[in-house]
Design a protein around this ligand. Structure first.
Ligand SMILES: Nc1ncnc2c1ncn2[C@@H]1O[C@H](COP(=O)(O)OP(=O)(O)OP(=O)(O)O)[C@@H](O)[C@H]1O
Ligand SMILES: [Mg+2]
Length: 236
């Protein structure tokens, strides 16, 4: 392993294109391999803006993203997005079955070198407590929890290095939330020195469970708390 961060946000800024208002103040942040980060902060403070910027889903107004020491140029963004997956609160699924949804990314140009593996997908579903028939369910008939499990499996089967989890369990029942946490734990533990995650949560207990590093976002300003306070905040 080297000392180079997995992802470096180097002075990144995001503004509202129409009003010119700054959504994310100039932010420099390094995510190292092995990091498990939580971000908390008030609604509207810029947590989603920050995660989407890290994933280069929205254009930056200043600064750059550096992946393993190499700045990500525009033409390399699709390749970069293979490494870093953004999971949002309300997943968007296609019509069709769960399996159709899981097969979908393999139709994209960026994934033409890999094939859908039904056994692998089924094993991920099993880890989330879902039986063999789960892949045959209609996406339109899934519960919110099952839809989020599907969205997470869709990402995990592609073996990303970084997961950006944007309140993935905010509207879910406790059992589905545990399944999501379990899938993320298993993914991290498979390669704990190569993977890294950022989990945005309004739940301090969940933030403590899913991280060892705690950041707060306030009015577009990201702040890191001393690592020691993370333990003081954990709840039983
Ligand atoms: N694409 C966009 N264009 C303009 N303004 C935006 C855009 N995306 C977000 N905003 C604004 O940026 C601010 C931060 O939004 P953001 O979604 O990052 O908040 P958040 O911290 O994720 O809140 P929550 O906890 O409710 O999810 C809000 O005022 C929002 O309206
Ligand atoms: Mg948000």
């Amino acid at each position: 392993m080297t000392d180079v961060p997995l992802v470096l946000a180097d002075g990144i800024v995001r503004r509202d294109a129409s009003r010119g208002q700054t959504l994310l103040e100039a932010t420099t942040f390094a995510l190292d391999a092995g990091d498990r980060v939580a971000i908390t902060g008030p609604s509207g403070s810029g947590k989603s803006v920050f995660l989407r910027s890290l994933a280069l889903l929205d254009p930056l107004d200043a600064g750059r993203i550096v992946w393993r020491g190499a700045p990500v140029e525009r033409a390399a963004i699709p390749r970069y997005r293979r490494n870093i997956a953004y999971i949002r609160q309300r997943p968007a699924l296609l019509d069709g079955t769960v399996e159709d949804n899981l097969r979908y990314p393999f139709e994209l140009h960026a994934y033409r070198d890999v094939r859908f593996d039904r056994a692998h997908a089924a094993s991920l579903a099993a880890r989330a407590g879902r039986g063999g028939d789960f892949l045959d369910k209609r996406a339109s008939e899934l519960s919110g929890g099952e839809a989020q499990i599907t969205a997470l499996i869709r990402v995990l089967q592609l073996s990303p290095h970084v997961l950006l989890l944007d309140e993935p369990t905010a509207s879910l029942d406790p059992e589905s939330s545990r399944a999501i946490e379990e899938l993320v734990h298993a993914w991290f533990d498979a390669e704990p020195r190569a993977h890294a995650s950022i989990w945005v949560s309004h739940d301090p207990a969940q933030a403590a469970r899913m991280s060892a590093r705690h950041l707060t976002m306030r009015a577009g300003v990201l702040d890191e708390r001393p690592r020691a306070t993370v333990h003081g905040e954990s709840r039983p």
